[in-house]
Design a protein around this ligand. Structure first.
Ligand code: G4P
Length: 526
């Protein structure tokens, strides 16, 4: 198969959602459709007593490192789908944000009872930076949830994106009957208790088909027809171009737990979501089907198992193909490296996958030489842009239990910051060391790694920092003046960039008003 064909069939996406909306459950159903697992209930292992051994878990054991859950590749209807995991809950971190720079589309999962929640809003903001096309799955229709039109209104208002319903639910909770597909003009009937498997569904063609009234009951059929009239007036029609521009989202209803409606979404993803897109680099834009390989590192995952000290750098391939033994240049260092043992993630062929294509993710073994944002090429000097650092939201002061280890602490933290495990700030006014993170678990990980890898024993203390902004000015004079005036609130981050540490949001607002010449940035590109 030609490189063009390989690229054209790739769909690389991630799921954005608020904790508990159903990301894990839907991921599991996707793996079911991708034949990576034979029976759902294995990811959490709670719902079904039987633990079906999935290839996925086997891989995890074999490699002794849980990198495989970070990328799941599976075939579906002629496409090769790459699903990138976005850590949620406590392990929510900058990785979550940066993973979104490595995808070509995203699936937004919304709990139909709760509507648009805070984490989703934030993740959408990140998708906006690149106008990533978004598909939407409105989940948990098997429960008593909010009215569909109300939820769509909320998505349009809060997230500022047009909604184009592709399917519409009939009933909800105990009387959830199925969904009507507006594009296909078919109703698909829901069967309860089939969530662990890919079920045979009954389809009824046509909205006015008497079979529909018979199957769901005349009252529900009537209500569906009435509602659809309203829906068509109140929402948008699907428009591929607007979807690809990130302005409109196709919306699917269903229940991940009941494995219903998920396949409609997956069909939409394969049909409409973009294949690997061109990427901006410093010197030019790189097309996905260029023959020479390029890629960038968007995430580094440390192995928490002390027996395996290596880390894995996740690279998104942006053009060409990876072949075992390929020689690549790490542009930042100018060094050539031969890559013989990259991890690839194609289901079922786990042993000797020797190729990966533009759009795929590969894992490189990293012994501290690779940093987040690093570009690799077959020799060309270019650097991919747009891989951001995000302003952290949680801050702690690091206190050494052994004050003599200060040098090791600085070294360790600078390296961990380069890797993206945390952000570190050194205030100008004192010798404090302040850690910044976007998720609480990051602090524990950093403490454990400082101890394990650098022999540094430390603890944390609260610090009065509410938020941080990278600061910039047009010219050096303005910057120097600002540095004098705001000295007590300024710090340098691990890479030496000047950062404003605001004790409160109000303080930040005042500082922004007082210094109109200074740019306060929430993100910094690597
Ligand atoms: P997350 O990864 O987004 O955090 O969500 P997750 O899939 O873990 O789902 C959160 C909870 O919502 C889980 O229940 C899950 O079973 C439930 N859930 C997901 N999809 C549906 C759905 O379509 N319908 C219903 N009724 N529930 C759904 P839990 O009780 O918190 O966990 P567990 O006891 O099932 O493990």
């Amino acid at each position: 198969m030609s490189l063009q064909d390989q690229v054209a069939k790739r769909r690389t996406f991630a799921i954005i959602s608020h904790p508990d909306a159903g990301k894990t459950t839907i991921t599991e159903k996707l793996l079911l459709y991708g034949n990576l697992i034979q029976s759902a209930g294995t990811v959490k292992g709670k719902k079904s007593g039987k633990h079906a051994t999935s290839d996925w878990m086997e891989m995890e054991k074999e490699r002794g490192i849980s990198v495989t859950t970070s990328v799941m590749q599976f075939p579906y209807k002629g496409a090769t789908v790459n699903l990138l995991d976005t850590p949620g809950h406590a392990d929510f971190s900058e990785d979550t944000y940066r993973t979104l720079t490595a995808v070509d589309s995203a699936l937004m999962v919304i709990d139909a009872a709760k509507g648009v929640e805070e984490r989703t809003v934030k993740l959408m903001e990140v998708c906006r930076l690149r106008d990533t096309p978004i598909l939407t799955f409105i989940n948990k229709l098997d429960r008593d949830v909010r009215d569909g039109i109300e939820v769509l209104d909320e998505i349009e208002d809060v997230l500022n994106i047009e909604c184009a319903p592709i399917t519409w639910p009939i009933g909800m909770g105990k009387s959830f009957k199925g969904v009507y597909n507006l594009l296909r003009d078919t109703t698909v009937l829901y069967k309860t208790g089939q969530g662990h498997t890919v079920q045979d569904v009954r389809e009824i063609q046509g909205l006015n088909n008497p079979e529909l009234d018979e199957a769901v009951g005349a009252a529900y059929a009537e209500e569906l027809r009435d509602t659809l009239e309203l829906v068509q007036g109140a929402s948008h029609e699907f428009d591929l171009e607007r979807f690809l521009a990130g302005k409109l989202t196709p919306v699917f209803f269903g229940t991940a737990l009941g494995n219903f409606g998920v396949d409609h979404m997956l069909d939409g993803l394969v049909e409409w979501a973009p294949a690997p897109q061109p990427r901006d680099a410093t010197s030019r834009t790189v097309a996905a089907d260029e023959p020479k390989m390029t890629g960038f590192v968007f995430k580094i995952q440390a192995n928490m198992d002390p027996k395996h000290r290596d880390r894995v750098a996740f690279m998104r391939i942006c053009s060409g193909k990876y072949q075992k033994g390929i020689k690549l240049k790490q542009v930042r260092t100018g060094k050539d490296v031969r890559i013989a043992d990259a991890l690839t993630f194609l289901a079922g062929e786990r042993d000797n996958v020797e190729e990966a294509f533009s759009g795929d993710i590969i894992g490189l073994h990293n012994h501290g030489t690779i940093q987040i944002g690093d570009t690799f090429t077959e020799g060309e000097d270019l650097n991919f842009t747009g891989i951001p650092h995000f302003a952290p939201e949680l801050f702690q002061r690091v206190v050494l239990n052994d004050p003599l280890k200060s040098k090791q602490l600085h070294k360790g933290l600078t390296q961990l910051a380069e890797e993206g495990a945390t952000q570190v700030f050194f205030p100008l006014r004192n010798n404090d060391v302040i850690l910044g993170a976007v998720g609480t678990l990051q602090f524990d990980v950093v403490a454990a790694r400082l101890k394990g890898e650098y022999g540094v024993d430390c603890r944390y203390e609260p610090v009065s920092v509410a938020t941080a902004r990278w600061v910039e000015a047009e010219n050096e004079r303005e910057m120097a003046a600002f540095e004098r005036k705001a000295h007590d609130n300024l710090a340098r981050d691990g890479a030496g960039h000047l950062t404003y540490l605001a004790p409160t949001r109000v303080n930040l607002q005042l500082a922004e008003e007082r210094h109109p010449d200074i740019l306060f940035r929430e993100t910094r590109e690597i």
